[in-house]
Design a binder for this molecule. Structure first.
Ligand code: ARG
Length: 461
Protein backbone atom coordinates (compact mmCIF):
# COMPACT_ATOMS: atom_id res chain seq x y z
CA UNK A 1 0.00 0.00 0.00
CA UNK A 2 1.24 3.48 -0.75
CA UNK A 3 1.81 5.94 2.08
CA UNK A 4 0.07 8.84 0.38
CA UNK A 5 -3.26 9.79 1.83
CA UNK A 6 -5.92 11.53 -0.23
CA UNK A 7 -7.39 12.90 2.94
CA UNK A 8 -10.72 12.40 4.61
CA UNK A 9 -12.57 10.89 1.64
CA UNK A 10 -10.27 7.83 1.48
CA UNK A 11 -10.23 5.07 4.07
CA UNK A 12 -7.91 2.66 2.25
CA UNK A 13 -4.45 3.26 0.79
CA UNK A 14 -3.63 2.63 -2.86
CA UNK A 15 -2.57 -0.73 -4.20
CA UNK A 16 1.18 -0.66 -4.99
CA UNK A 17 0.72 -1.56 -8.66
CA UNK A 18 -1.99 1.08 -9.02
CA UNK A 19 0.30 3.63 -7.40
CA UNK A 20 2.98 2.87 -9.98
CA UNK A 21 0.51 2.83 -12.87
CA UNK A 22 -1.01 6.12 -11.79
CA UNK A 23 2.30 7.87 -11.23
CA UNK A 24 3.87 10.24 -13.73
CA UNK A 25 6.81 11.35 -11.62
CA UNK A 26 9.23 9.16 -13.59
CA UNK A 27 8.77 11.44 -16.61
CA UNK A 28 7.23 14.67 -15.27
CA UNK A 29 10.07 15.35 -12.81
CA UNK A 30 11.70 17.23 -15.65
CA UNK A 31 9.03 19.88 -15.00
CA UNK A 32 10.35 20.48 -11.49
CA UNK A 33 12.01 23.79 -12.30
CA UNK A 34 8.88 25.11 -14.02
CA UNK A 35 6.67 23.81 -11.23
CA UNK A 36 8.76 25.67 -8.65
CA UNK A 37 8.80 28.87 -10.72
CA UNK A 38 5.02 28.64 -11.06
CA UNK A 39 4.63 28.05 -7.33
CA UNK A 40 6.85 31.00 -6.45
CA UNK A 41 4.86 33.31 -8.72
CA UNK A 42 1.59 31.98 -7.30
CA UNK A 43 2.77 32.43 -3.70
CA UNK A 44 3.97 35.99 -4.33
CA UNK A 45 0.62 36.84 -5.85
CA UNK A 46 -1.23 35.24 -2.90
CA UNK A 47 0.83 37.40 -0.54
CA UNK A 48 0.22 40.57 -2.57
CA UNK A 49 -3.52 39.79 -2.39
CA UNK A 50 -3.40 39.30 1.37
CA UNK A 51 -4.00 35.55 1.12
CA UNK A 52 -0.57 34.71 2.61
CA UNK A 53 1.37 36.64 5.23
CA UNK A 54 4.84 37.99 4.45
CA UNK A 55 6.38 35.40 6.80
CA UNK A 56 4.47 32.59 5.16
CA UNK A 57 5.65 33.72 1.74
CA UNK A 58 9.21 34.01 3.00
CA UNK A 59 9.21 30.49 4.35
CA UNK A 60 7.65 29.12 1.11
CA UNK A 61 10.34 30.89 -0.91
CA UNK A 62 13.13 29.52 1.24
CA UNK A 63 11.61 26.03 1.22
CA UNK A 64 11.11 25.92 -2.56
CA UNK A 65 14.59 27.29 -3.21
CA UNK A 66 16.09 24.60 -1.01
CA UNK A 67 14.08 21.93 -2.82
CA UNK A 68 15.33 23.24 -6.17
CA UNK A 69 18.91 23.05 -4.92
CA UNK A 70 18.44 19.48 -3.78
CA UNK A 71 16.88 18.51 -7.12
CA UNK A 72 19.79 20.13 -8.97
CA UNK A 73 22.26 18.24 -6.78
CA UNK A 74 20.46 14.94 -7.51
CA UNK A 75 19.64 14.73 -3.83
CA UNK A 76 15.83 14.65 -3.98
CA UNK A 77 14.01 11.37 -3.33
CA UNK A 78 11.22 11.18 -5.91
CA UNK A 79 8.42 8.89 -4.87
CA UNK A 80 5.86 7.07 -7.02
CA UNK A 81 3.57 7.06 -4.05
CA UNK A 82 3.37 10.83 -4.36
CA UNK A 83 2.27 10.38 -7.95
CA UNK A 84 3.66 13.38 -9.78
CA UNK A 85 6.14 16.21 -9.68
CA UNK A 86 3.59 18.57 -8.15
CA UNK A 87 2.74 16.43 -5.14
CA UNK A 88 6.33 15.33 -4.59
CA UNK A 89 7.42 18.94 -4.29
CA UNK A 90 4.43 20.05 -2.25
CA UNK A 91 4.76 17.17 0.19
CA UNK A 92 8.44 17.93 0.65
CA UNK A 93 7.64 21.60 1.21
CA UNK A 94 5.11 20.78 3.92
CA UNK A 95 7.60 18.35 5.43
CA UNK A 96 10.36 20.97 5.62
CA UNK A 97 8.53 24.24 6.37
CA UNK A 98 5.34 22.98 8.02
CA UNK A 99 2.08 24.92 8.16
CA UNK A 100 2.88 27.62 5.57
CA UNK A 101 3.51 24.88 2.99
CA UNK A 102 -0.09 23.75 3.37
CA UNK A 103 -1.32 27.15 2.21
CA UNK A 104 0.55 27.17 -1.12
CA UNK A 105 -2.20 25.28 -2.92
CA UNK A 106 -4.81 27.95 -2.05
CA UNK A 107 -6.76 28.92 -5.18
CA UNK A 108 -4.89 26.38 -7.29
CA UNK A 109 -5.49 22.90 -8.69
CA UNK A 110 -2.98 20.50 -10.18
CA UNK A 111 -4.98 20.96 -13.38
CA UNK A 112 -4.07 24.62 -13.86
CA UNK A 113 -0.69 23.92 -12.26
CA UNK A 114 0.34 21.23 -14.76
CA UNK A 115 -1.06 23.26 -17.64
CA UNK A 116 1.15 26.15 -16.53
CA UNK A 117 4.24 23.98 -16.05
CA UNK A 118 3.90 22.55 -19.54
CA UNK A 119 3.56 25.98 -21.13
CA UNK A 120 6.63 27.21 -19.27
CA UNK A 121 8.52 24.11 -20.36
CA UNK A 122 7.49 24.67 -23.99
CA UNK A 123 8.74 28.26 -23.80
CA UNK A 124 12.13 27.19 -22.50
CA UNK A 125 12.77 24.10 -24.58
CA UNK A 126 11.13 25.65 -27.62
CA UNK A 127 13.82 28.32 -27.62
CA UNK A 128 16.50 25.59 -27.61
CA UNK A 129 14.70 23.82 -30.42
CA UNK A 130 14.63 26.96 -32.51
CA UNK A 131 18.33 27.54 -31.83
CA UNK A 132 19.12 24.03 -33.11
CA UNK A 133 17.18 24.65 -36.34
CA UNK A 134 18.87 28.02 -36.77
CA UNK A 135 22.28 26.34 -36.41
CA UNK A 136 21.43 23.84 -39.13
CA UNK A 137 20.20 26.60 -41.42
CA UNK A 138 23.41 28.46 -40.81
CA UNK A 139 25.48 25.38 -41.77
CA UNK A 140 23.43 24.98 -44.97
CA UNK A 141 23.87 28.65 -45.83
CA UNK A 142 27.63 28.45 -45.28
CA UNK A 143 27.97 25.42 -47.53
CA UNK A 144 25.76 27.14 -50.11
CA UNK A 145 27.94 30.22 -49.94
CA UNK A 146 31.08 28.16 -50.44
CA UNK A 147 29.73 26.16 -53.40
CA UNK A 148 28.04 28.69 -55.63
CA UNK A 149 30.04 27.44 -58.62
CA UNK A 150 29.39 23.75 -58.09
CA UNK A 151 26.77 22.40 -60.48
CA UNK A 152 24.96 19.10 -60.12
CA UNK A 153 21.99 17.47 -61.76
CA UNK A 154 18.63 18.39 -60.30
CA UNK A 155 16.42 15.31 -60.27
CA UNK A 156 12.83 14.42 -60.90
CA UNK A 157 11.81 10.79 -60.33
CA UNK A 158 15.44 10.39 -59.18
CA UNK A 159 16.40 10.68 -62.86
CA UNK A 160 18.88 13.36 -63.86
CA UNK A 161 16.79 16.23 -65.12
CA UNK A 162 18.38 19.68 -65.41
CA UNK A 163 21.53 21.32 -64.04
CA UNK A 164 21.25 23.37 -60.84
CA UNK A 165 23.77 25.01 -58.57
CA UNK A 166 24.64 23.05 -55.43
CA UNK A 167 24.04 26.22 -53.44
CA UNK A 168 20.48 26.40 -54.83
CA UNK A 169 19.86 22.80 -53.79
CA UNK A 170 21.16 23.36 -50.27
CA UNK A 171 19.11 26.54 -49.96
CA UNK A 172 15.99 24.57 -50.86
CA UNK A 173 16.45 22.62 -47.61
CA UNK A 174 17.15 25.86 -45.78
CA UNK A 175 13.87 27.32 -47.07
CA UNK A 176 11.96 24.36 -45.60
CA UNK A 177 13.76 24.76 -42.30
CA UNK A 178 13.00 28.49 -42.25
CA UNK A 179 9.28 27.65 -42.47
CA UNK A 180 9.73 24.97 -39.80
CA UNK A 181 11.29 27.58 -37.53
CA UNK A 182 8.36 29.93 -38.15
CA UNK A 183 5.80 27.21 -37.50
CA UNK A 184 7.45 26.27 -34.20
CA UNK A 185 7.90 29.90 -33.12
CA UNK A 186 4.27 30.51 -33.98
CA UNK A 187 3.06 27.54 -31.95
CA UNK A 188 5.12 28.72 -28.98
CA UNK A 189 3.82 32.28 -29.25
CA UNK A 190 0.20 31.16 -29.49
CA UNK A 191 0.40 29.14 -26.26
CA UNK A 192 2.12 31.82 -24.22
CA UNK A 193 -0.79 32.58 -21.84
CA UNK A 194 -1.06 31.74 -18.18
CA UNK A 195 -3.64 29.11 -17.15
CA UNK A 196 -3.11 29.70 -13.41
CA UNK A 197 -6.31 30.80 -11.75
CA UNK A 198 -8.44 28.44 -13.83
CA UNK A 199 -8.45 26.11 -10.83
CA UNK A 200 -9.61 22.56 -11.39
CA UNK A 201 -11.98 23.74 -14.14
CA UNK A 202 -14.13 26.61 -12.88
CA UNK A 203 -11.76 29.23 -11.48
CA UNK A 204 -11.64 30.17 -7.81
CA UNK A 205 -13.66 32.38 -5.48
CA UNK A 206 -10.49 33.70 -3.84
CA UNK A 207 -9.44 37.24 -4.73
CA UNK A 208 -6.44 36.27 -6.85
CA UNK A 209 -4.69 38.38 -9.49
CA UNK A 210 -4.08 36.25 -12.55
CA UNK A 211 -2.34 39.02 -14.46
CA UNK A 212 0.22 39.39 -11.67
CA UNK A 213 1.14 35.70 -11.97
CA UNK A 214 1.26 35.89 -15.77
CA UNK A 215 3.62 38.86 -15.67
CA UNK A 216 5.99 37.20 -13.22
CA UNK A 217 6.22 34.13 -15.45
CA UNK A 218 6.78 36.03 -18.69
CA UNK A 219 3.43 35.09 -20.25
CA UNK A 220 1.79 37.49 -22.71
CA UNK A 221 -1.43 37.44 -20.69
CA UNK A 222 -3.92 35.02 -19.16
CA UNK A 223 -6.00 32.30 -20.82
CA UNK A 224 -9.57 33.34 -21.46
CA UNK A 225 -11.67 30.29 -20.52
CA UNK A 226 -11.06 28.12 -17.48
CA UNK A 227 -12.38 24.90 -19.06
CA UNK A 228 -10.28 25.47 -22.15
CA UNK A 229 -7.20 26.35 -20.09
CA UNK A 230 -7.14 23.03 -18.23
CA UNK A 231 -8.75 20.79 -20.84
CA UNK A 232 -7.28 21.82 -24.19
CA UNK A 233 -4.07 20.40 -25.64
CA UNK A 234 -4.28 21.80 -29.17
CA UNK A 235 -1.27 24.01 -28.45
CA UNK A 236 0.76 20.86 -27.86
CA UNK A 237 -0.67 19.21 -30.96
CA UNK A 238 0.27 22.28 -32.94
CA UNK A 239 3.84 22.13 -31.69
CA UNK A 240 3.97 18.37 -32.29
CA UNK A 241 2.67 18.82 -35.82
CA UNK A 242 5.29 21.48 -36.47
CA UNK A 243 7.96 19.14 -35.07
CA UNK A 244 6.72 16.26 -37.23
CA UNK A 245 6.77 18.40 -40.37
CA UNK A 246 10.28 19.64 -39.53
CA UNK A 247 11.48 16.11 -38.86
CA UNK A 248 10.00 14.92 -42.17
CA UNK A 249 11.93 17.72 -43.91
CA UNK A 250 15.11 16.66 -42.11
CA UNK A 251 14.56 13.09 -43.22
CA UNK A 252 14.57 14.25 -46.85
CA UNK A 253 17.82 16.12 -46.38
CA UNK A 254 19.18 13.04 -44.61
CA UNK A 255 18.08 10.82 -47.49
CA UNK A 256 19.96 13.00 -49.97
CA UNK A 257 23.12 12.82 -47.89
CA UNK A 258 22.78 9.04 -47.79
CA UNK A 259 22.39 8.94 -51.58
CA UNK A 260 25.05 11.51 -52.34
CA UNK A 261 27.64 9.85 -50.11
CA UNK A 262 27.04 6.42 -51.72
CA UNK A 263 29.60 5.07 -54.19
CA UNK A 264 26.85 5.21 -56.81
CA UNK A 265 26.53 9.00 -56.56
CA UNK A 266 29.79 9.99 -54.82
CA UNK A 267 28.73 13.64 -54.86
CA UNK A 268 30.00 14.11 -51.32
CA UNK A 269 32.02 12.52 -48.57
CA UNK A 270 30.75 12.67 -45.01
CA UNK A 271 33.21 13.21 -42.20
CA UNK A 272 34.32 10.07 -40.34
CA UNK A 273 32.97 11.70 -37.19
CA UNK A 274 29.42 11.25 -38.50
CA UNK A 275 29.77 7.73 -39.89
CA UNK A 276 30.35 4.27 -38.50
CA UNK A 277 32.05 1.12 -39.75
CA UNK A 278 30.71 -2.37 -40.20
CA UNK A 279 31.46 -5.09 -37.66
CA UNK A 280 32.05 -7.55 -40.49
CA UNK A 281 32.97 -5.69 -43.67
CA UNK A 282 36.23 -3.78 -43.23
CA UNK A 283 35.70 -1.53 -46.26
CA UNK A 284 32.37 -0.10 -45.08
CA UNK A 285 31.77 3.48 -44.00
CA UNK A 286 28.10 3.85 -43.24
CA UNK A 287 26.16 7.14 -43.07
CA UNK A 288 24.47 6.17 -39.78
CA UNK A 289 23.74 9.71 -38.61
CA UNK A 290 21.61 10.75 -41.59
CA UNK A 291 20.03 7.29 -41.57
CA UNK A 292 18.99 7.69 -37.95
CA UNK A 293 17.64 11.16 -38.62
CA UNK A 294 15.62 9.71 -41.49
CA UNK A 295 14.39 6.86 -39.29
CA UNK A 296 13.39 9.10 -36.41
CA UNK A 297 10.81 10.85 -38.56
CA UNK A 298 8.57 7.84 -37.91
CA UNK A 299 8.90 8.33 -34.20
CA UNK A 300 8.14 12.07 -34.17
CA UNK A 301 5.14 11.61 -36.42
CA UNK A 302 4.09 8.83 -34.02
CA UNK A 303 4.32 11.28 -31.13
CA UNK A 304 1.85 13.58 -32.89
CA UNK A 305 -0.52 10.71 -33.63
CA UNK A 306 -0.23 9.44 -30.06
CA UNK A 307 -1.34 12.73 -28.50
CA UNK A 308 -3.98 13.43 -31.15
CA UNK A 309 -5.49 10.04 -30.36
CA UNK A 310 -5.41 10.69 -26.61
CA UNK A 311 -7.18 14.03 -26.95
CA UNK A 312 -9.72 13.03 -29.56
CA UNK A 313 -13.17 12.52 -28.07
CA UNK A 314 -12.28 13.63 -24.52
CA UNK A 315 -15.06 15.54 -22.81
CA UNK A 316 -14.10 18.84 -21.18
CA UNK A 317 -12.35 19.61 -19.02
CA UNK A 318 -9.42 17.74 -17.45
CA UNK A 319 -9.28 13.96 -17.70
CA UNK A 320 -6.44 11.82 -16.45
CA UNK A 321 -5.83 10.71 -20.04
CA UNK A 322 -4.14 14.08 -20.40
CA UNK A 323 -1.26 12.91 -18.25
CA UNK A 324 -0.30 11.08 -21.44
CA UNK A 325 0.49 14.41 -23.13
CA UNK A 326 3.97 14.61 -21.67
CA UNK A 327 6.00 11.73 -23.04
CA UNK A 328 5.13 12.32 -26.72
CA UNK A 329 5.81 16.03 -26.42
CA UNK A 330 9.10 15.55 -24.57
CA UNK A 331 10.17 12.88 -27.01
CA UNK A 332 9.35 14.87 -30.14
CA UNK A 333 11.10 18.02 -28.96
CA UNK A 334 14.17 16.12 -27.71
CA UNK A 335 14.38 14.07 -30.90
CA UNK A 336 14.03 16.99 -33.29
CA UNK A 337 16.55 19.09 -31.39
CA UNK A 338 19.13 16.27 -31.36
CA UNK A 339 18.51 15.46 -35.03
CA UNK A 340 18.94 19.09 -36.05
CA UNK A 341 22.19 19.25 -34.07
CA UNK A 342 23.55 16.03 -35.57
CA UNK A 343 22.62 17.22 -39.05
CA UNK A 344 24.34 20.55 -38.43
CA UNK A 345 27.65 18.76 -37.91
CA UNK A 346 27.03 16.35 -40.76
CA UNK A 347 26.32 19.17 -43.22
CA UNK A 348 29.10 21.46 -41.97
CA UNK A 349 31.78 18.78 -42.32
CA UNK A 350 30.67 17.27 -45.66
CA UNK A 351 32.97 17.72 -48.65
CA UNK A 352 31.51 17.95 -52.14
CA UNK A 353 32.99 16.50 -55.34
CA UNK A 354 32.67 18.85 -58.26
CA UNK A 355 33.99 16.53 -60.96
CA UNK A 356 31.64 13.69 -60.03
CA UNK A 357 28.71 16.06 -60.25
CA UNK A 358 29.81 17.31 -63.62
CA UNK A 359 30.30 13.77 -64.95
CA UNK A 360 26.79 12.91 -63.79
CA UNK A 361 25.47 15.96 -65.64
CA UNK A 362 27.13 15.05 -68.92
CA UNK A 363 26.19 11.36 -68.70
CA UNK A 364 22.65 12.34 -67.92
CA UNK A 365 21.81 14.32 -71.11
CA UNK A 366 20.76 17.24 -68.90
CA UNK A 367 21.40 19.64 -71.82
CA UNK A 368 18.39 18.24 -73.68
CA UNK A 369 15.79 20.74 -72.45
CA UNK A 370 18.17 23.57 -73.34
CA UNK A 371 18.33 22.31 -76.92
CA UNK A 372 14.56 22.09 -77.15
CA UNK A 373 14.35 25.66 -75.83
CA UNK A 374 16.92 26.71 -78.45
CA UNK A 375 14.75 25.26 -81.19
CA UNK A 376 11.77 27.15 -79.77
CA UNK A 377 13.81 30.36 -79.97
CA UNK A 378 14.37 29.52 -83.64
CA UNK A 379 10.64 29.35 -84.23
CA UNK A 380 10.03 25.60 -83.88
CA UNK A 381 6.92 24.61 -81.92
CA UNK A 382 7.84 23.19 -78.50
CA UNK A 383 6.27 19.78 -79.11
CA UNK A 384 8.16 19.42 -82.41
CA UNK A 385 11.38 20.61 -80.72
CA UNK A 386 10.87 18.06 -77.91
CA UNK A 387 10.48 15.33 -80.51
CA UNK A 388 13.62 16.26 -82.46
CA UNK A 389 15.84 16.39 -79.37
CA UNK A 390 14.30 13.15 -78.11
CA UNK A 391 15.23 11.44 -81.39
CA UNK A 392 18.79 12.73 -81.08
CA UNK A 393 19.16 11.57 -77.46
CA UNK A 394 17.74 8.17 -78.39
CA UNK A 395 20.39 7.73 -81.04
CA UNK A 396 23.21 8.97 -78.79
CA UNK A 397 22.16 6.67 -75.95
CA UNK A 398 22.25 3.71 -78.34
CA UNK A 399 25.80 4.62 -79.38
CA UNK A 400 27.03 5.37 -75.86
CA UNK A 401 27.57 9.03 -76.83
CA UNK A 402 26.86 12.01 -74.60
CA UNK A 403 25.22 15.17 -75.89
CA UNK A 404 28.55 16.99 -75.96
CA UNK A 405 29.86 14.19 -78.21
CA UNK A 406 27.21 14.87 -80.88
CA UNK A 407 28.72 15.14 -84.35
CA UNK A 408 27.94 17.99 -86.73
CA UNK A 409 26.09 15.52 -88.95
CA UNK A 410 23.88 14.34 -86.10
CA UNK A 411 23.11 17.96 -85.21
CA UNK A 412 22.16 18.81 -88.76
CA UNK A 413 20.16 15.67 -89.23
CA UNK A 414 18.11 15.79 -86.02
CA UNK A 415 17.96 19.45 -85.08
CA UNK A 416 18.33 21.10 -88.48
CA UNK A 417 20.46 23.81 -86.88
CA UNK A 418 23.95 25.17 -87.29
CA UNK A 419 26.37 23.03 -85.19
CA UNK A 420 28.18 26.01 -83.65
CA UNK A 421 24.93 27.58 -82.49
CA UNK A 422 24.03 24.30 -80.79
CA UNK A 423 27.45 23.72 -79.21
CA UNK A 424 27.41 27.20 -77.72
CA UNK A 425 24.46 26.01 -75.65
CA UNK A 426 26.35 23.14 -73.99
CA UNK A 427 27.88 25.45 -71.39
CA UNK A 428 26.25 24.32 -68.14
CA UNK A 429 26.73 27.55 -66.19
CA UNK A 430 25.36 29.66 -69.01
CA UNK A 431 22.43 27.25 -69.27
CA UNK A 432 21.53 27.87 -65.63
CA UNK A 433 22.19 31.58 -65.72
CA UNK A 434 19.84 32.20 -68.63
CA UNK A 435 17.01 31.48 -66.17
CA UNK A 436 16.59 35.07 -65.12
CA UNK A 437 13.67 34.83 -62.72
CA UNK A 438 13.46 35.06 -58.95
CA UNK A 439 13.65 31.61 -57.36
CA UNK A 440 15.80 30.18 -60.16
CA UNK A 441 19.23 28.57 -59.77
CA UNK A 442 20.91 31.33 -61.84
CA UNK A 443 24.02 32.84 -60.26
CA UNK A 444 22.53 36.29 -59.58
CA UNK A 445 19.39 34.87 -58.08
CA UNK A 446 21.27 32.39 -55.91
CA UNK A 447 23.38 35.30 -54.66
CA UNK A 448 20.18 37.20 -53.84
CA UNK A 449 18.72 34.10 -52.17
CA UNK A 450 21.82 33.80 -50.00
CA UNK A 451 21.43 37.38 -48.81
CA UNK A 452 17.73 36.80 -48.10
CA UNK A 453 18.47 33.54 -46.26
CA UNK A 454 21.02 35.24 -44.03
CA UNK A 455 18.56 38.03 -43.26
CA UNK A 456 15.74 35.69 -42.30
CA UNK A 457 18.19 33.68 -40.22
CA UNK A 458 18.93 36.78 -38.18
CA UNK A 459 15.23 37.43 -37.77
CA UNK A 460 14.79 33.90 -36.35
CA UNK A 461 17.30 34.46 -33.56
N1 ARG B 1 0.02 14.38 -13.12
C1 ARG B 1 -1.17 14.98 -13.63
C2 ARG B 1 -1.06 15.21 -15.13
O1 ARG B 1 0.01 15.31 -15.59
C3 ARG B 1 -1.41 16.29 -12.95
C4 ARG B 1 -2.83 16.72 -12.95
C5 ARG B 1 -3.63 15.76 -12.14
N2 ARG B 1 -4.96 16.22 -11.92
C6 ARG B 1 -5.90 15.45 -11.43
N3 ARG B 1 -7.09 15.99 -11.32
N4 ARG B 1 -5.71 14.20 -11.15
O2 ARG B 1 -2.04 15.27 -15.82
Amino acid sequence: MSQYSWGGRFAEGMDALVARFNASVRFDQRLAKHDILGSLAHARMLCAQGLLSAEELRSIEVGLTRIQERIDAGDFAWSDALEDVHMNIEAELVETIGAAGKKLHTARSRNDQVATDMRLWINEVGAELIASLVALRSALIEQAQAHQDFILPGYTHLQRAQPVRLSHHLLAHEAHLARDTQRIADAIRRQNYSPLGSGALAGTPHAIDRQHVAEQLGFDGVTTNSLDAVGARDHMLELLAACAIAQIGLSRLAEELVLWSSQEFAFCTLSDAYCTGSSMMPQKKNPDMPELVRGKAGRVLGDFVALATVVKGLPLAYNKDLQEDKEPLFDAVDTLRDCATVMTGTVATATFHRQRMEDALRDGYVEATELADLLVEQGVAFREAHHRVGDLVGELAKNGQRLIDTTDDQIHHHLKLDADVVRARFDLEAMIDRRQQPGSPAKDYVAQALVAAKKRLERSL
